[in-house]
Design a protein around this ligand. Structure first.
Ligand code: UN1
Length: 509
């Protein structure tokens, strides 16, 4: 199924303009930095990007703002984030429009992304009264040993197109209550939603009397990101994107002993065991693999199915894939919107050609759609490919809706296949066998940062820490105690006796 009528670029431009007006953004038109939409593949506005001087000025101003923000009581800092959360609620629909226009997400997923932002604001407001340190038993009489958490500094947030607003909010809401200042370098593909988020945060700061300089947005290309990566005043670089990007960012930040928090590629798999509830499994698999047109870092890319049920699973998945409505993401019946660019589609086709040369068989999907109507856009059918082994292309992350189907005979074999990829973000198992589920979740099971049972790999809640191991970069964002990455700890020893007692019973003088 394809929805044949798409909005025109003019319609989308007008809709974006209305949303931006409601939010109070004055579009910085007049430069050559293009805002575009994957819905038609065409340009919407020519914006002005940050110059090198703007970047330098932003880093200096943020650093100065940090010096006062760090001593503002954390619950007061939380008031800024609480107001941001209220403004996000108020503008949920406008913000979702911008996400759909720039990232191509279907309405329900675009609204979900904004909800995720509201949720992290609520979480961060609570956190602002809970930045707990510990008191530790001292080995010395008359001494107290304690751990204190302090603000870290300026946080540089580099975000990707696929969660153009939520990933910013995970970082920013938490960093702000932790007492840090934030400079945001969003994806070049999503400047409009970035302007909207920045505006709402500036409004919130104005209304609650926080210094506006605690947040700066820098639109621009990789040179802006590189400045953040190399500048010693940026204490933490939190970067979301490809493993290739992370390989550059991580060592460069480390070379100046800065901190980085990397959230990179995934190659997420689901194991479907013989006892699985197949109704549940098929729904979970199709959402995880084809949802967001395969462009989440948590997208399901490999399905490892027990040989006894493989034919049944493949048959049901093929039927589901053939019915997926593809097209206009604003149409409430569409489930699969466009890929972000035709370059992404080329990468998908390249991976498909390679996997077929390596013995893979396409079972469903893979055709381009709407080529004549919108030649610059990239609509495609999600594709299912049966493979006998994990060849090099299967072990790579292709940021597109390709699901590779593998089979297994024993759980040990399934777990070995599961872990035998460079990435380690998200994973799941569908089983009704408790022992299998526990083995999958154990130290000898999934090696990912996210491991689920009877649910797909994508769509994590904000309350848990988000991130993964190996080539995924090791960072943890969002909930749980991910906030500790945005602060520095100090260990305090306080002597309230009158004698000097040295640790380890050392005597001196
Ligand atoms: C991403 O794709 O970069 O778990 C983030 C999920 C979302 C976040 C994905 N909550 O799918």
């Amino acid at each position: 199924m394809t929805s044949t009528t798409l909005p025109t670029t003019d319609d989308l431009r007008a809709r974006a303009r209305t949303a931006l007006d409601h939010i109070g953004v004055a579009v910085p038109e007049g430069g050559d930095f293009q805002a575009r939409t994957p819905i038609t593949g065409e340009n919407l506005f020519a914006l002005t990007a940050a110059s090198e001087t703007d970047t330098e000025e932003a880093i200096a101003a943020s650093h100065t703002a940090f010096l006062t923000w760090r001593t503002t009581p954390a619950p007061r800092r939380g008031e800024l984030v609480r107001r941001l959360g209220e403004l996000l609620r108020e503008h949920k629909s406008d913000l979702a429009d911008l996400v759909t226009i720039e990232a191509g997400k279907i309405r329900s997923e675009a609204l979900g992304e904004i909800q995720e932002m509201i949720d992290i604001c609520d979480f961060a407001v609570g956190l602002s009264r809970q930045l707990y340190g510990r008191t530790i038993a001292s080995e010395r009489p008359g001494h107290r040993l304690a751990e204190t958490w302090h603000p870290l500094g300026v946080v540089g947030v580099i975000s990707a197109f696929n969660f153009p607003a939520a990933v910013w909010s995970w970082n920013t809401a938490v960093a702000l209550v932790c007492g840090d200042a934030v400079i945001w370098k969003p994806s070049e593909l999503t400047p409009l939603i970035s302007l909207a988020c920045d505006r709402l945060l500036a409004r919130a700061a104005d209304e609650v009397g926080s210094p506006g300089e605690v947040h700066r947005l820098l639109l621009g290309d990789r040179t802006v990101g590189e400045k953040l990566v190399d500048d010693p005043r940026v204490a933490l670089v939190s970067a979301t994107g490809s493993t290739r990007m992370g390989r550059e960012v991580g060592p460069r930040v480390a070379a100046r002993f800065g901190r980085s928090l990397l959230e990179l590629g995934g190659n997420n798999a689901t194991i479907v065991a013989p006892s699985a509830d197949l109704d549940l499994a098929i729904q979970g698999i199709v959402f995880a693999a084809a949802g967001t047109a395969g462009q989440r870092c948590t997208t399901l890319r490999r399905l490892i199915v027990h040989r006894d049920i493989a034919d049944a699973v493949v048959e049901r998945l093929t039927a589901a894939y053939q019915k997926l409505p593809i097209g206009d993401p604003f149409d409430e019946t569409t489930l699969v919107g466009p890929l972000i660019t035709t370059t992404a589609l080329d990468a998908m086709n390249d991976a498909l050609a390679r996997v077929q040369a390596q013995g893979g068989k396409v079972l469903a999907g893979g055709n381009r759609r709407l080529t004549e109507a919108v030649p610059s856009a990239a609509y495609t059918e999600p594709v299912l490919v049966r493979v006998d082994e994990q060849t090099d292309v299967v072990r790579e992350e292709t940021f597109a809706p390709i699901l590779y189907v593998l089979t297994y005979d024993t759980l040990d074999e399934a777990i070995a296949l599961h872990n035998d990829v460079p990435q380690g973000l998200s994973s799941s198992i569908f089983t009704r066998d408790q022992q299998e589920a526990e083995i999958f979740l154990s130290a000898a099971g999934s090696d990912c940062g996210i491991a689920n049972v009877n649910i797909g790999t994508s769509g994590a809640e904000i309350g848990g820490a988000f991130g993964g191991e190996k080539d995924t970069g090791g960072g943890r964002e969002s909930g749980s105690d991910a906030w500790k990455s945005y602060m520095r700890s100090a260990t305090n020893t306080i002597n309230y006796f009158t004698e000097l007692a040295l640790a380890q019973e050392v005597s001196f003088l």
